[in-house]
Design a protein around this ligand. Structure first.
Ligand code: C2E
Ligand code: MG
Ligand code: MG
Length: 719
């Protein structure tokens, strides 16, 4: 059953009460529960006892007069609708009460029963609508405050704007300090963003977009820029004209910063902050398309590799290495123009894209400037270091189809620069490219030849100069190519090194060499006793982690005693990191394997280091031997090397001895062993190697007037 409407009436005059009672009870259509109070305090008591649905009050009662009566009632029942009754003289007061929240007023003696009932019913209805509205407004405010959004409401007809305190706070404006006009709003938007924002508003107002949604920046009073997302919706009149637009403003600065950071991280190197490979390739692509449109816009790519960076890292630690990279990155950044791109594309590898340069000569000049800047001393971990860089330069050519092509060419040129010695630069030319292609070709043919057994071993004896006895043989790789013919190891070993094939090839060669010795072991033992086998290890092989294990396995497989194996390692390979080499070779040396320093004199080893190197013997490079007879300085070098080696207890072997004169001289210097065509050319068959070399009669040679450079062998086995 529907609940009766509860009406509370404040009325002290008996006649008026009767009129009201009549009006409210006579109307049979309404279920009404009417109560009367004679004073304000009675009214409050009655309301406290039971909450009325509507209150009808007379402004003049014994304990209260005029507007005060309404105010008191309202303050006790803020949500309850109140209808005011006044005398004719107080109608003005009743109107005032309306402005303070009364739902309606009636002038005594001027209203009918029906009017009274209708007024009360409307009051109840209106109040409940107002209450619901207030509730929803409160909810909205709470939600908006919770979401941290600013609210705005723009009267498009009057051109008035209202913004919430949170909205103003986003721009750094205290509550109430924002001028309420759309112009004031636009003045806060970053000038470069105004146009797009205004266009988005117009598009929505014109019905082109279903709602307004736009991201732009506003300028905070502290001078910083904030990213905001503005959302809004228009209200239209009957003609469809936009009359009002309202919505929210959200601070999205943090999200924008996070997005920007992500993009930055994806394109930059974390350590140095420089562009990374991806961004570098992108810049080269851009420069390429500019150069394709306009051939006068030349650009170059530099590939920079720090010399001996590994040494810094290994000796001073990674922190120092990182600090060095950061310092080098800064120097690079300061040496080129801001429009050029400096990128870090590998551990100690940098790329620079030089845009809009005159040509190769300009690129070379900038390269020299970079090399100078990089080689200034750096203070690191309490020491001062000088670090140099090798740089390859590639100029853009129309033949370059991808950005990688340019980096590859610059890299190749850098590689050649490094080969020529440190701290150099080289300009890429197509010859380098052809060389690289040729190397690749050679590598693939070498792979096939290994499989087909076209790579084999030759052996060359090493003799004791005082007796002529053969004390060891050096195994030398030979490649008999079906079309190219014999390919020199000086040509194919470096290719195998560069491509990494040397690891496989080296293992194969070691097994070939040990296998040959094992096959001829009986004859060899008869003739030479304990002949030693010298085997060459290239730089790349030396740093392969599996090298020691591989050698040990091969020794075991061929039952070859470790003390008869000699490893020949070039001076330059060993000196790259002799401490590491020493610790790596230690287990082999403990087993009795000896290490000879090959091609000695061509590298940079300081003589003071030699004593600490893990080696037993120096093999003097054949370039010195070739000169000793005619060139005084070569003679002096060999003399010095020999004396120094002897003073620290090392043996000396001379390679490339071709003449008796060289032999005599070397012997007189005290060089213990020698190798060369004078004694024997490298031969495929171990059985061709004699027991000893017998020195020919000088008198006869002099008589012949012939300078013998061919092999002078003692006759056959057991000779
Ligand atoms: P190397 O180890 O210094 O070998 C000595 C080179 O001098 C050999 O060149 C040898 O044939 C040559 N030679 C010997 N006596 C004379 C002479 O009286 N006059 C002249 N002009 N040359 C003489 P080869 O066989 O061409 O080898 C060149 C280099 O290739 C070797 O220099 C070595 O560094 C490398 N190599 C050779 N075989 C191997 C190998 O199996 N593994 C590795 N990693 N490198 C090898
Ligand atoms: Mg050698
Ligand atoms: Mg040598």
């Amino acid at each position: 059953m529907k609940k009766a409407m509860n009406v509370l009436v404040l009325e002290d005059t008996e006649a008026d009460r009767l009129f009201i009672e009549d009006a409210l009870t006579l109307d049979g259509a309404l279920e009404l529960d009417v109560r009367f109070a004679g004073t304000v305090s009675e009214l409050i008591d009655a309301a406290r006892h039971q909450q009325p649905d509507v209150v009808l009050i007379d402004l003049c009662v014994p304990d209260s007069q005029g507007l005060l009566t309404f105010r008191t009632a309202k303050s006790h029942m803020p949500q309850t609708p109140i209808v005011v009754q006044s005398g004719l003289a107080e109608e003005e007061l009743a109107v005032l009460a309306l402005s303070e929240g009364a739902q309606d007023y009636l002038v005594k003696g001027r209203f009918s029963h029906t009017q009274l009932v209708r007024s009360l019913r409307f009051a109840v209805q209106r109040q409940s609508t107002e209450n619901a509205l207030r509730l929803s407004q409160q909810r909205y405010q709470l939600a908006a405050a919770g979401a941290n959004d600013g609210i705005w409401d723009w009267d498009l007809v009057k051109g008035e704007l209202w913004v919430s305190p949170r909205w103003a706070a986003m721009a750094g404006l205290p509550d109430g300090c924002m001028t309420n006009t759309p112009e004031a709003w636009m003045a806060l938007v970053l000038p470069s963003d105004v146009h797009a924002f205004a266009a988005a508003i117009a598009a929505h107002a014109d019905g082109i977009t279903p709602h307004l949604e736009h991201e732009h920046r506003i300028v905070h009073t502290d001078g910083s820029c904030r990213w905001v997302m503005c959302r809004g919706l228009v209200t239209r009149d009957e003609q469809g004209t936009a009359v009002r637009m309202a919505g929210s403003l959200t601070d999205v600065t943090a999200r924008k910063q996070a997005e920007a950071q992500l993009v930055h991280d994806a394109l930059h190197d974390r350590l140095t902050g420089l562009a990374n490979r991806v961004l570098c390739l992108d810049r080269i692509t851009l420069a390429t398309s500019r150069a394709q449109r306009n051939s006068s816009r030349k650009f170059a790519v530099l590939f920079i590799d720090l010399d001996r960076f590994k040494l810094v890292n290994d000796s001073l630690g990674h922190l120092a290495g990182d600090a060095l990279l950061v310092e080098m990155a800064n120097r690079l950044g300061h040496t080129v123009r801001p429009t050029d791109t400096v990128a870090r594309i590998g551990g100690d590898e940098f790329c620079v894209v030089l845009e809009d340069i005159g040509g190769a000569a300009a690129a070379m000049r900038i390269t020299e400037r970079i090399q100078k800047a990089l080689s200034m001393p750096v203070a690191l971990a309490n020491t001062e270091l000088v670090v140099t860089a090798s740089i390859g330069i590639a100029m853009y050519r129309p033949g370059h189809t991808s950005p990688e092509d340019l980096i590859r060419d610059a890299d190749l040129a850098m590689y050649r620069a490094k080969e020529g010695g440190k701290a150099r630069h080289k300009l890429f030319d197509s010859g380098l490219h052809a060389m690289a292609v040729e190397q690749l070709q050679l590598e693939s043919e070498l792979r096939q030849s290994i499989k087909r057994g076209e790579v084999h071993m030759a052996f060359q004896p090493i003799v004791q100069l005082s007796t002529g006895l053969v004390v060891s043989v050096e195994a030398l790789a030979r490649w008999q190519h079906p079309v190219r013919g014999a390919v020199s190891p000086d040509k194919f070993i470096p290719v195998a090194e560069e491509t990494g094939l040397i690891v496989e090839l080296g293992g194969h060669l070691l097994n070939l060499a040990l296998g040959s010795v094992a096959d001829n072991e009986r004859q060899l033992a008869n003739r030479h006793g304990t002949l030693r086998l010298a085997f060459n290890i290239s730089a790349r092989q030396l740093w392969e982690p599996g090298l020691v294990a591989e050698i040990l396995a091969a020794l075991q497989y061929h039952q070859f005693p470790a003390e008869r194996l000699v490893l020949e390692i070039t001076e330059s390979a060993l000196m790259r990191d002799w401490l590491r080499a020493a610790s790596m070779l230690e287990p082999l040396r403990l087993l009795g394997v000896s290490v000879h320093l090959d091609d000695f004199g061509t590298g940079y080893s300081s003589l003071s280091h030699l004593q600490r190197l893990p080696i037993d013997t120096l093999k003097v490079d054949r370039s010195f031997v070739a000169g000793i007879v005619d060139c005084q300085s070569d003679l002096e070098i060999v003399r010095a090397i020999t004396n120094m080696a002897h003073s620290i207890g090392k043996t000396v072997i001379a390679e490339g001895i071709e003449t008796l004169a060289q032999y005599e001289l070397l012997r007189s210097l005290g060089v213990q062993e020698g190798q060369g065509w004078l004694f024997c050319k490298p031969t495929r068959l171990l059985s061709d190697i004699p027991k000893a070399w017998i020195r020919p009669e000088i008198s006869q040679r002099q008589a012949d007037g012939v300078r013998r450079t061919g092999p002078l062998l003692s006759s056959g086995f057991g000779g």
